[in-house]
Write a new protein. Structure first.
Length: 75
């Protein structure tokens, strides 16, 4: 497995992760590994699969949004 070294982490940030690790009954190192794995970017294949899943969950007969509805949602 690969390793990384992260420098200059604010003391407050590290304290939060230490406390979280303690509550979870795991090491700080494992807490950070869990954090990295949970927040890793999707692979292209995962992105396609997720998009297909989300599309399958929407109503098939609903009309597409109008340009005004899209703009309103962005505000």
């Amino acid at each position: 497995m690969a390793q990384i070294l992260v420098r200059n982490i604010p003391d407050e940030t590290l304290a939060v992760y230490r406390e979280r690790a303690k509550r979870n009954g795991i090491s700080l190192e494992q807490e950070i590994r869990n954090l990295l794995e949970k927040n890793r970017p999707f692979t292209p294949e995962e992105r396609v699969a997720f998009s297909r899943y989300m599309r399958s969950q929407t109503k098939k007969n609903s009309p597409p949004l109008t340009l005004d509805e899209i703009r309103e949602g962005l505000e």
